[in-house]
Design a binder for this molecule. Structure first.
Ligand SMILES: *Cc1c(COP(=O)(O)O)cnc(C)c1O
Length: 404
């Protein structure tokens, strides 16, 4: 765990203190580059070196420079954790070996008998982690629609400990009111964790809306180049940060220094990438909406999207994920369309510079039983797009060719 502002003032060189003062005034588009970062103390390297080491020399037992063993601390990871904290406007950042490893650490805050209320159309891997791993340890999960915050209250029992929110949801692009959910959680003394993977902190900062913990699959928009798998947790709560850091070290699902370096490098362009991602997605959403062979497009930027007003008030833009259903298509017809795409790569994942297409029913959501998945709208014909930052005209040409 890394506090975004170093804890021991004594050890901070003057130049760093100056930088911390400066950071307080920095805006998001500068924090992505400078948040928590300073030239490396050894030689002034502007990017933190990849400290590819497992251990650190001690002059006498305990006589070290703050680093003992790389599962616990690593300077490259620490630089990344500081960046995580800054871009989510939090005090503490923690890096994990994957998004799911980060989620795993949150659920390990609970104990057998505890209950969790989670968004019903969750990322498939999150659903699998909850039901296939943690239910066997006696933690109960309820998957509920969260459009109506009042309705969520009816699921709270004396054993509920945590509300788990994913917004926008995957792949239906429902948007959940984070501030209203935070108020509900506070009223019942529950923790609120938000999976902010789909939006990224460029679009929304859940801690500012009252969430206790923000989680990211940094694999997606934060790292942004489809070249690393990594997870993040951010919180303002010192006690939670300590407990999560204990789990991070004790369970040991930490990322290697090279992956931390790549993620940190990715974050430096997050704001420029997101701006283009969102522009391209808006154009594609409108293109699909007027297409005679497209029945339905799910994208929160449309005024007739059921959660458009919430999206407008809590997000800075509408994101670059969208789903659509071709007219009269079944499972096979949808697969045929994604196979015909050439510029959109057929692949799992999202959030990279390159555009990806997916077929949730057979890919990301294949582990969710058909009846459950269809109840939340993930029908056999649904196609999901992660809109990249290529020239949007080329992307539209590709869709035109595939949809025909
Ligand atoms: C990918 C993803 C995860 C899991 O993250 P990994 O880095 O693949 O472990 C969790 N939540 C959402 C919304 C995701 O898209």
């Amino acid at each position: 765990m890394t506090k975004c502002i170093s804890n021991t003032a004594k050890s901070i060189p003057l130049i760093l203190i100056y930088q911390i003062v400066l950071e307080k005034k920095l805006r998001f588009n500068s924090l992505t580059i400078h948040g928590g970062q300073a030239p490396d103390p050894a030689y002034g390297a502007v990017m933190p070196p990849i400290y590819q080491t497992s251990t650190y020399a001690q002059t006498t037992p305990g006589g070290h420079k703050g680093f003992e063993y790389s599962r616990t601390h690593n300077p490259t990871r620490q630089a990344l954790e500081k960046s995580f904290a800054h871009i989510e406007n939090g005090a503490y950042g923690l890096a994990f070996a994957s998004g799911l490893a980060a989620m795993d650490a949150i659920i390990k805050l609970l104990k057998p008998g505890d209950e969790v209320i989670a968004t019903h159309d969750l990322y498939g891997g999150s659903y699998r982690l909850f039901t296939k791993i943690f239910e066997t340890y006696g933690i109960q999960f309820q998957f509920v629609p969260m459009d109506e915050v009042k309705a969520v209250a009816t699921y709270i029992t004396s054993k509920t400990r945590l509300i788990w929110v994913e917004t926008p949801t995957n792949p239906m692009m429902n948007v959940i009111d984070i501030a209203a959910m935070a108020a509900l959680a506070k009223a019942h003394k529950l923790l609120l964790a938000v999976d902010n993977t789909f939006a990224s902190p460029y679009l929304q900062q859940p801690l500012d809306m009252g969430a206790d913990i923000v989680m990211h699959s940094a694999t997606k928009y934060l790292a942004g180049h489809s070249d690393v798998v990594l997870g993040a947790l951010i919180t303002n709560n010192e006690e939670l940060a300590d407990r999560l850091a204990f789990i991070q070290n004790a369970s040991g699902a930490v990322p290697g220094p090279f992956d931390c370096f790549l993620t940190l490098r990715g974050i430096k362009t997050l704001h420029v990438r997101m701006e283009r991602h969102c522009q391209n997605a808006a154009l594609i959403a409108h293109y699909l909406a007027q297409h005679p062979k497209v029945e339905k497009v799910y994208w929160p930027g449309f005024e007739n999207h059921p959660n458009h007003n919430v999206a407008k008030s809590q997000m800075n833009d509408f994101g670059a994920m969208l789903s659509f259903v071709p007219v009269g298509a079944d499972y096979q017809a949808a697969i045929k369309i994604v196979e015909q795409l050439q510029l959109f790569t057929l692949a799992e994942s999202l959030g990279g510079v390159e555009s990806l297409a997916g077929h949730p029913a057979s890919m990301t959501h294949a582990s969710i039983p058909k009846e459950i998945r269809e109840k939340s709208g993930v029908v056999d014909a649904l196609i999901r797009l992660s809109v990249g930052i290529e020239d949007v005209k080329d992307l539209i040409d590709d869709l035109e060719h595939a949809i025909g």
